[in-house]
Design a protein around this ligand. Structure first.
Ligand SMILES: [Zn+2]
Length: 336
């Protein structure tokens, strides 16, 4: 059995730089027509020259595979002129609360002061992508941030807002309430709860921000995704770290899911008996909300089992060592 997806998109992706970029970009390019590239590099992507350099490096790292990097600028105060100049080259601005996740120190410390730039985004029709967590107790951070989303959605009703990597039942409820809000959902948050991370022996490869939540939260996400909510978009949040940054004191947050994203999603949708809805989740919904038309790139999946390698270079992937039922057509992955 094969499944042909029409230009699948990963709407939340960390590709890093230099050697790591060259290692991980081909996995996304092999599966996706394009992806939304996160700007939280060591030096944030917060100017057009820097954005152009980074886009060129990504395209070079993808090699011969066609892949459209949909670029984002790191949120700061921007002038109207800056945003006008950037509008045709970005898919949106990415807002991080200060210090909340990997390389977000330059993020927003005071939400009372973002109104001017956000109003410009609304006027210029540039989407706002948000890492929505407070600095509160780790399990409550997303819930506590939901008031900010509601304030944004109501104060700027024409602004398109994306709640990135939602993990809670309450976030799904907010999504239902506002037409100008969409949300990305990761593969791993559809699969794991906090129990998988820390209920037994600690699993550094599953440690991420936002932290995986309760079975009830996971069920709410699954229900909304598998029922085909039109404003839920797949965003892997694939975020590679070398093993020595994961298996150490002070484990870095991030799950490297790029190599397994589409095969595992196909398996999940098949198990939920809704394989016909996969295409909207990984492409159609994103095209509609973001109003983008990615270049034509059919991607085939086949029902042929393979085992996820233990390591990709210096990085352990999500589901390393496990057997998956679906594989990329023509991928040449070791069959089991
Ligand atoms: Zn992310």
């Amino acid at each position: 059995m094969t499944l042909l997806l029409d230009s699948p998109l990963d709407m939340h992706l960390h590709l890093r730089e230099q050697e790591m970029l060259r290692l991980v970009a081909p996995f996304s390019a092999a599966q996706f027509a394009g992806g939304v590239i996160m700007p939280n590099l060591v030096q944030p992507v917060d100017s057009l020259p820097r954005l152009r350099d980074y886009r060129a490096a990504i395209i070079a790292a993808c090699g011969p595979e066609p892949f459209t990097p949909y670029m984002t600028l790191f949120f700061r105060d921007y002038s109207r002129a800056e945003l006008l100049a950037a509008r045709d080259e970005v898919i949106g601005l990415k807002l991080y609360p200060a210090g909340i996740t990997t390389q977000s120190e330059a993020g927003v410390a005071d939400f009372d002061r973002i109104g001017t730039t956000v109003a410009l985004l609304e006027e210029l029709d540039i989407p706002l992508l948000v890492h929505g967590e407070t600095a509160g107790f780790v399990m409550d951070r997303e819930r506590e941030f939901l008031a900010v989303y509601q304030w944004l959605a109501e104060t700027f009703p024409r602004l398109r807002i994306v709640m990135e990597h939602i993990t809670t039942a309450e976030a799904v409820a907010v999504l239902e309430r506002y037409d100008n809000i969409a949300a990305t959902v990761t593969l791993h948050h559809l699969m794991i709860t906090l129990d998988d991370v820390a209920g037994g022996l600690l699993q550094p490869d599953l440690f991420c921000k936002p932290i995986a939540k309760t079975p009830r939260d996971r069920e709410a996400l699954r229900q909304a995704v598998f029922r085909g909510h039109p404003r839920l978009l797949f965003g892997s949040d694939s975020a590679p770290h070398p093993r020595d940054k994961k298996e150490c004191c002070g484990c870095a947050a991030g799950v490297f899911s790029a190599p397994v994203a589409l095969p595992m999603l196909a398996q999940l949708f098949e198990e939920a008996d809704c394989l016909e809805r996969l295409s909207a989740f990984v492409s159609g919904n994103a095209r509609q909300f973001y109003r983008i038309t990615p270049p034509q790139k059919p991607v085939g999946l086949q029902r042929a089992a393979w085992r996820v390698p233990e390591l990709y270079g210096s990085v352990r992937a999500f589901l390393a060592g496990q057997e998956l039922r679906w594989s990329l057509a023509g991928s040449g992955e070791a069959k089991v």
